[in-house]
Design a protein around this ligand. Structure first.
Ligand code: ZN
Length: 141
């Protein structure tokens, strides 16, 4: 059984692990729990998914003024489409969540954090290609 915070309303849904690929929807708002896209999270959303979700979480901390971040964005979206529903992918704009970025010790962007069970498994800074993102995310599986 997995716990999945809804991307739409934040309700925490319980889904049998074997049903993750069956396009589960939220019991409260009926939104799809997976969209094939990276979620855009603010600080509260990040904490919700980190603390209440049971899937591994790969989070790209980025900024709009960061060229390498924009260059990596298509690869990260492609990774989301490929890695869901085994891993949840999300993005946090550090300028919209500066306290969170400071609390996590994000020194530069892009920085990707890989979390599992609410704990950081690994982090990497600098833009990665799709194969590199795939290999990094695989450390949580
Ligand atoms: Zn919902």
């Amino acid at each position: 059984m997995e716990q999945l915070p809804c991307p739409g309303c934040g309700a925490v849904n319980r889904v049998p692990t074997g049903r993750l690929a069956d396009r589960p929807t939220c019991g409260r708002c009926k939104s799809p729990l997976f969209t094939g896209r990276a979620l855009q999270l603010d600080e509260a959303g990040f904490r919700l998914h980190r603390d209440r979700g049971t899937l591994p979480l790969l989070v790209d901390f980025w900024a709009q003024w960061c060229g390498p971040c924009r260059a990596m964005a298509p690869a990260f979206e492609a990774a989301a489409a490929e890695l869901e529903p085994r891993i949840r992918l999300a993005k946090v704009d550090i300028d919209a969540a500066p306290a969170l970025a400071a609390a996590l010790g994000i020194q530069s962007v892009p920085t990707m954090l890989l979390l599992k069970g609410g704990r950081e498994v690994d982090r990497v800074s600098g833009a990665l290609s799709l194969p590199q993102i795939r290999a990094f995310a695989g450390r949580a599986l």
